[in-house]
Design a protein. Structure first.
Length: 293
């Protein structure tokens, strides 16, 4: 497995980029402290932005850390008529970060906001998280299965997507998830944690990103040691994770990759992907390159 970096672009005026998807050759990007869903063209030129969160506390280009919704997870869902965007707050601070945004990308976007306090409390109370914090950092959809990726204790919570929506709309009881724990790569003895995920279209292959920070909890930022691109077959989870440490000129890049999406499928073993990074106060970056396995 190998990743060949081809291009790095600064994302102007997008703070703390944390999620990316592709819609009709345009990029959709969120930031963990921003109230907008950003639409960019294929060159990363900003086209528009959709308000998805109240602007009351949006000051100096960001929402303060203590009250931000911490939008960390984004996935694009192909709809029968219009595509949908799923955006999750991390749940690492309640109730501020217990939020789900559903965007229907119609001619006039339709935005629905859901309070996830009761849903996330079910996860916090799950015995498998005992001694760990809830910190949802990525979301992916495969065969109508909604996968939420927890960072810290690296767990995937798997739900039936339709049952999840019925629960949110008070039309069904809480649907207990199946849970899968993955063994993730390390840097200097520090285990990496989930940061982004998506499924390669028309395959069962999950690609996801993990990053390593020297930090004791899910709330505080720490020194960034590096990031990995990882891969696993969702129909063969027991086969383990393939991974590659992201490098530039054969040197590990000390960047915190937050999300991944597929730009082009070139062959059965080669795709072009986009990554976004969050530098915790610095400029967000967009990385383009080829993943080969």
């Amino acid at each position: 497995m190998n990743f060949k970096l081809s291009e790095i672009t600064t994302l102007e005026n997008i703070p703390a980029a944390s999620g990316i998807g592709i819609h009709e050759k345009h990029m959709l990007i969120i930031g963990d402290n921003s109230p907008y869903l950003y639409l960019l063209d294929h060159t990363a030129k900003p086209l528009s932005k959709i308000p998805i969160y109240p602007l009351d506390n949006y000051k100096d280009g960001e929402i303060a850390k203590s009250i931000k919704p911490d939008f960390e997870a984004l996935e694009l869902v192909k709809g029968k008529v219009d595509d949908e965007v799923l955006i999750f707050g991390s749940g690492s601070k309640s109730p501020q970060r217990d939020i789900f945004i559903h965007v229907t990308l119609a001619e006039q976007p339709v935005i629905k906001t859901y309070n996830l306090v009761s849903f996330y409390n079910q996860l916090r109370d799950n015995k498998i998280l005992r001694g760990y914090e809830l910190n949802i950092e990525a979301v992916a959809l495969y065969e109508n299965k909604l996968m939420l990726f927890n960072r810290g204790k690296n767990l995937i919570f798997i739900y039936d997507y339709e049952e999840f929506l019925r629960f949110l709309n008070s039309k069904a009881p809480y649907p207990p998830p199946s849970v899968k724990e993955l063994e993730l790569p390390k840097i200097n003895g520090f285990v990496s944690g989930f940061s982004g995920a998506t499924v390669i279209p028309e395959t069962s292959t999950l690609i996801f990103t993990t990053s390593v920070e020297d930090t004791p909890n899910a709330y505080d930022d720490g020194e960034v040691l590096g990031s990995f691109i990882c891969m696993i077959d969702l129909d063969r989870l027991d086969e383990g994770v393939k991974h590659f440490l992201i490098e530039d000129r054969n040197q590990p890049m000390k960047i915190k990759v937050e999300s991944v999406t597929v730009l082009n499928k070139i062959s059965e073993s080669k795709i072009e992907i986009l990554l976004v990074t969050d530098s915790d106060g610095g400029e967000s970056l967009l990385l383009k390159g080829h993943l080969i396995w």
